[in-house]
Design a protein. Structure first.
Ligand SMILES: [Zn+2]
Length: 247
């Protein structure tokens, strides 16, 4: 392949631009915020699950308390009714009186037991409420941390993208004047050679793979016409000869 020496040198400019774009893309992918956001998101999701579970626990305990309080109320009503009957003097049979007094006694005992149950549930409800509040505060904090990390990531994105836009405009200008066949070869080599398709020959070395050429190799490169597109024998990249190539 042949190409004007000036176009070959432009290829080095294009390579510098493409390497810059690759660096920017790499920087975008490897922002420290990514790992941070992943970790905070995982914590945040786990916390949300815990909050939901704690709220459910609180709801269950609240219903349990209502039920236990109703049980106490029922027994209290029944005991009051019995007491009323006893106080009314309407019951005269000693056997009936004894039964009634006995029932009043059992109801008092039952009420005491049920009130203990209510107290025990109230304690659990308080713990459940504390846990909901605590987890809620932690979730809120984790939301702040997450938003903050996402904000930093987005700011970094914006900065990188703005710079990339500028570099892309430079690229368009440079690429527009390079012949199509040379662009195609460069593009293909960039794909297979880790993003570097064109390298300068400098101080007897290919700057793509750092191979140092022997005098014989250098002489044969030197013998090629200036518009011949020379390739590195080692890495097959386009080897661009410039004024300071030493050939
Ligand atoms: Zn090379």
């Amino acid at each position: 392949m042949n190409a004007a020496p000036a176009d070959q040198i432009r290829l080095l400019d294009l390579q510098a631009i493409d390497s810059k774009l690759d660096q920017l893309a790499h920087r975008r992918r490897s922002l420290p915020e990514h790992a941070e956001i992943d970790k905070v998101t995982a914590d945040h999701t786990a916390l949300k699950d815990l909050v939901v579970a704690a709220q459910a626990q609180h709801g269950d305990t609240t219903r349990e308390l209502t039920k236990a309080e109703q049980d106490v109320e029922q027994v209290r009503t029944r005991a009051a009714r019995n007491q009323q009957r006893l106080d009314s003097g309407a019951i005269t049979s000693p056997k009936d009186l004894e039964n009634l007094q006995h029932e009043i006694g059992s109801l008092a005992k039952r009420q005491g037991d049920l009130e203990d149950v209510v107290l025990e549930i109230m304690e659990r409800l308080e713990s459940a409420q504390t846990r909901v509040t605590e987890l809620g505060a932690r979730l809120e904090h984790s939301t702040v941390v997450l938003n903050e990390a996402e904000g930093r990531r987005d700011a970094a994105y914006a900065e990188i993208d703005a710079e990339a836009e500028k570099v892309k405009r430079d690229r368009e200008a440079v690429a527009a004047v390079i012949p199509a066949d040379l662009m195609k070869l460069y593009g293909k080599l960039r794909e297979t050679q880790g993003g570097v398709g064109a390298a300068r020959l400098y101080q007897r070395r290919c700057e793509g793979c750092r191979t140092e050429f022997s005098i014989t190799e250098l002489n044969s490169i030197k013998a090629e016409p200036a518009d011949k597109v020379v390739r590195c024998e080692n890495c097959s990249r386009i080897l661009v000869r410039t004024a300071d190539s030493g050939v």
